[in-house]
Design a protein around this ligand. Structure first.
Ligand code: PFF
Length: 455
């Protein structure tokens, strides 16, 4: 039975929503992906472009997703169909659902690594961290069961539903993660030689900015804020009308950006203190650097354990939102029940993740022998297509849809509910200009540059 808006679940409280949406946003994207993408793209200059993308593109766009979701009370496909049914626009909703499945498939593999690292400090103290990581991720007998365990936990949480499942966990665990990160930063910046890392991270060398850096920054900004694939449409759909979407959305963007920047402060000082090259890490970066930092700390094995538990939980709240997008589509649009949708989608996505699990040394073919658009290996190709291109494309299409098809007038009306007088006049019209012109033009230019090989 399709769910009607009358019996649709809602978040239990405003804080609950902010923390759940921040829980979706804050995840491996901030702590695992942001540092290595920053390292590969020139450090400080990348950070500046990334912050510009957040402020000028992602924030205005985030409000559009939230407004569309709350207005329609639907998943991405249903939300678009509620405004323009029977048109090709519905395919954009389909792209969101597909992107959700594909990102979830490889994201779950990395989440499994985090889970596996919980006991690293105890089982392999003092072992060279690069060598340990290499043999750990290439062992199919380890990474596949870990990814499976992670998917089962995600399925259980999503099965529990919005308020009971997602909100309850996010509320407690996000603040604890922040505190632990501050402890690790304190250690990292006090390591001898840390200054050079701070320099690389915080002192931009603008000559390093080129098209690749800009695309990487834009993709990272969308990925980190869970934008471009309808996660915020779906989470917005569980919000009541009294909620101020601008304030809540603003907090989510602020927390997410703060955590990413803090993750960089954990990694770069330590990386340089160890005399390593920033570009060399790739997806292995945090798994190689952090264990060595922990080893220099009193109670290091214990701190390492707590850190990887919290990282796993941050990954879990993001995985939950990825799965929730797809599940809400099946619950709203088909006759499938929540339990059937959760089980089938979760099971299918796990299977889809198997090649990614094997693409870090498990299979030579999947690791080294395939490449596309400069990305080598199945895992990197998936991340490039779905985590960069598809999110940017989804955001381009959704911003055009909200700005031009639904119309900024309607969207502004939706945003005013809960925000009232604060969202009128110049503020609202500036937002409309960003959504209608700035977002689509900038994203289309960057994507076009990639497709036509100009950048
Ligand atoms: N924002 C998440 C992270 O930074 O880890 C990843 C993510 C979750 C991307 C949900 C997209 C999404 F819809």
């Amino acid at each position: 039975m399709a769910t009607t808006s009358a019996d649709r679940e809602q978040w239990g409280s405003r804080l609950g929503f902010i923390l759940a949406a921040a829980g979706s946003a804050i995840g491996l994207g901030n702590i695992w992906r942001f540092p290595y993408v920053t390292a590969e793209n020139g450090g400080g200059a990348f950070v500046v472009v990334y912050l510009a993308c957040i402020a000028l593109i992602c924030l205005p766009y985030l409000f559009a997703e939230l407004a569309l979701g709350r207005n329609s009370q639907k998943n991405p496909v249903g939300a678009i169909a509620a405004i323009k049914s029977g048109t090709p626009w519905v395919l954009v909703g389909g792209l969101c659902v597909l992107t959700g499945v594909c990102i979830l498939s490889y994201y779950g593999v990395v989440a499994g690594w985090a889970l596996g690292y919980i006991f690293k400090g105890f089982v392999a103290p003092g072992v060279d961290s690069a060598a340990y990581f290499g043999s750990f991720v290439s062992d199919a007998g380890t990474v596949i069961p870990l990814a499976a365990v992670f998917m089962v936990i995600t399925i259980l949480v999503v099965y529990g539903g919005v308020e009971e499942g997602i909100e309850r966990w996010a509320k407690v665990l996000m603040p604890v993660l922040l505190v632990l990160m501050l402890v690790v930063i304190f250690r990292a910046v006090t390591l001898p030689g840390a200054g050079e890392g701070l320099e690389f991270y915080l002192n931009p060398d603008f000559s390093k900015i080129d098209g690749t850096v800009i695309l990487a920054a834009l993709g990272q900004a969308f990925f980190s804020l869970s934008l471009g694939m309808g996660a915020m449409i779906t989470y917005g759909s569980y919000l009541p009308k009294r909620e101020n979407l601008l304030v809540s959305g603003g907090y989510v963007a602020l927390f997410d950006t703060a955590i990413a920047l803090l993750a960089g402060l954990m990694i770069f000082p330590a990386l340089f203190a160890m005399g390593k090259q920033p570009e060399s890490g790739g997806p292995a970066l945090i798994f190689q650097v952090l264990p060595e930092v922990f080893e220099t700390m009193p109670l290091g094995s214990f701190i390492s354990m707590v850190f990887f538990i919290l990282l796993s939980i941050a990954a879990l709240t993001s995985m939950v939102s990825l799965l929730e997008v797809v599940v809400s589509y099946f619950v709203d649009e088909t006759t499938w029940s929540r339990s059937k949708s959760v089980l089938l989608v979760g099971g299918f996505t796990f299977l889809l993740g198997l090649p990614s699990a094997l693409a870090n040394g498990g299979s030579t073919f999947l690791t080294e022998q395939i490449s596309l658009f400069g990305a080598t290996g199945f895992f990197s190709i998936m991340d490039f297509i779905w985590g960069n291109i598809s999110l940017a494309l989804g955001a381009l299409l959704i911003s055009v849809f909200v700005g031009w098809v639904w119309g900024t007038g309607q969207a502004i009306e939706e945003l005013q509910q809960g925000a009232g007088d604060t969202f009128t006049g110049a503020f609202a019209s500036t937002w409309a200009v960003f959504l209608k012109y700035v977002c689509p033009v900038v994203i289309a230019t960057i994507l076009g540059g990639i497709v036509f090989g100009v950048i």
